[in-house]
Design a protein around this ligand. Structure first.
Ligand code: NAP
Length: 492
């Protein structure tokens, strides 16, 4: 017998307690709105920074920028903090802003259905509870579902298999023969961290990343004390980092030919760092820099040149019980396989089954590629707001900036609903279509459309991930809820 507990009703229900869900919670709380609940499937906050624990895991955006504007942390121990420190920061924010009583841990959402007569979302948890909410905010992240490569024989591998996003720290790699598949942002951090420990390491590279030096360094106690005493200093540093990164948009999205300048820096970096011409040729990308995410690292090329490391560019034919066979017929033995093969991002973004008006399913509406209005609302799905929704991701700067802008936009929408006594707000299909037409037109002229494959794009080549311009433009456009873009249905 299926037993369902009687439904409770919430004003705002947030799914996920990562950067996005926490930002939403804090924004509501600071605005005096206390009637909200955050559902979190795990038993701690942190999202991607809780789940990704692979060796060397850290952020490739400087922490002074990759943190909330309203909660600067003067104690960052380095310019680019590592995973544990970022996770600690999120735990600190959760406690400082009193979010814990609002969070229901170990509560995974099964599905959500919009009920037109009441204008409420009905959210079912995996445990069978039903929660009704006037407003549903998803903060489930985009890079949360690991992508396992479609390689013949993967399941026959007899050794240990890891995905970068599901690292088993209890399995020691010391002295093992390891195969790493993939050379994206995760692999570039994993490889230098494990190379000195393992007996042998084969790196299976399909496409080399563009790597640039990383302006990382430790931040000493004196500097930390200075930031604590003079907050304006840290604010100024944040601004400098912000504008340095924003300048990259000129090359990525305004005039892609400018990327040639950065490419020259990348090429020089390879020439100076890699002694062997054969290896140099292997690791030097042939696509435009920025088309795939640029990866900063000071130790990646060094790791690839270690005696015990080999870069294999021959395509993988199959995985066998004891190793990896490449198409040239060579089998390299391995006792551990590290899949640094990324996430299922662009093809399907609905985090769980979402049914809007007339029972329409979001994954069906998004069959040909996800789209939303301002990356936040979707026509036919009233009172639903998505954090880090379609085309809000960045190739150059801090997602926390976008998340804060979105949280303010959602707050502004909730306020408008309250002031106008609205049962539902539903973005107009024509407003959404016009917005996306212009967005795709702009994306077509960017470096991301210059001919590489990446997780930014669907199989048919539509970029459903990235914001096409400067981040301040996004912030300006999401400054407040515009009623004329929405169908507004008053309460009873
Ligand atoms: P990714 O960038 O999607 O890289 C996946 C890698 O696996 C690519 O090199 C890809 O090659 C390779 N690959 C996939 N399937 C394969 C197959 N069947 N055979 C051989 N190779 C295969 O994933 P990621 O490195 O996890 O990074 C994802 C995103 O997470 C990043 O772009 C970034 O936004 C974020 N991230 C950030 C950081 C940071 O801040 N430092 C760290 C990690 C992740 P192809 O290029 O040929 O497809």
């Amino acid at each position: 017998m299926v037993h369902e507990a009687p439904a409770e009703t919430q004003r705002v229900l947030i799914v996920g307690a990562g950067f996005a869900g926490l930002a939403m919670g804090i924004t509501l709380k600071e605005a005096g709105i206390d009637e909200f609940t955050i559902l979190e499937q795990a038993d701690e906050v942190g999202g991607t920074w809780r789940d990704n624990r692979y060796p060397g895991c850290g952020c490739d955006v400087q922490s002074h920028l990759y943190s909330f504007s309203f909660e600067p942390n003067p104690r960052w121990s380095r310019m680019f903090a590592r995973q544990e420190e970022i996770l600690q920061y999120l735990v600190h924010c959760t406690d400082k802003y009193g979010l814990r009583p609002h969070i229901r841990f170990r509560t995974a959402v099964l599905d959500a259905r919009f009920d037109e007569p009441t204008g409420l979302w009905e959210v079912r948890t995996r445990a069978g509870d039903v929660i009704r909410a006037r407003v549903l905010v998803t903060g489930c992240g985009v890079l949360s579902r690991p992508s396992y490569p479609d390689i013949a024989g993967l399941s026959t591998f007899a050794g240990k298999t890891f995905h970068s996003a599901d690292w088993d720290a209890a399995f020691p790699l010391e002295g093992r023969t390891v195969a790493v598949i993939g050379t994206g942002a995760s692999a570039v951090q994993i490889i230098p961290s494990i190379a000195p420990k393992v007996a042998r390491l084969a790196v299976y590279q399909r496409t080399p990343p563009w790597v640039l030096p990383k302006p990382d360094r430790e931040i000493g106690a004196v500097e930390q004390a200075l930031f604590a005493r003079v907050p304006a200093l840290q604010k100024a540093l944040r601004r400098v980092i912000y504008w340095q990164r924003e300048a990259l948009v000129l090359g990525l999205a305004v005039e892609p030919r400018l990327m040639k300048i950065a490419e020259a820096v990348g090429r020089k970096y390879v020439e100076e760092s890699v002694a062997d011409p054969a290896l140099r040729a292997k690791v030097l990308p042939t696509y435009a820099m920025g088309c795939k995410r640029i990866v900063p690292s000071n130790d990646y090329y060094g790791a690839l040149q270690r005696e015990n490391v080999e870069v294999v560019t021959e395509p993988i034919a199959e995985i066998r019980a004891n190793g990896v066979l490449t198409r040239d017929g060579t089998e390299r033995q391995a006792d551990a396989l590290v899949l640094a093969t990324g996430f299922q991002a662009a093809e399907h973004v609905a985090p769980f089954e979402l049914r809007g008006r007339a029972g329409a399913r979001l994954d069906e509406v998004w069959r040909d590629g996800a789209e939303a209005y301002l990356g936040t609302t979707v026509s036919g799905f009233p009172n639903l707001f998505m954090m880090t929704g379609p085309n809000t991701l960045l190739g150059h700067s801090s997602m926390v900036f976008i998340i804060e802008a979105q949280a303010r936009y959602v707050l502004s929408s909730i306020r408008a609903m309250r002031e106008r006594r609205l049962k539902l707000v539903d973005v107009r299909a024509d407003a959404q279509a016009r917005y996306n037409e212009r967005l795709q037109e702009r994306l077509g002229k960017t470096v991301w459309a210059s001919g590489c494959t990446s997780w930014y794009k669907t199989r048919s080549g539509k970029n459903t991930m990235l914001w096409p311009g400067f981040t301040f433009e996004y912030r300006l456009r999401t400054r407040r809820f515009e009623p004329r873009d929405y169908e507004l249905v008053p309460a009873g």
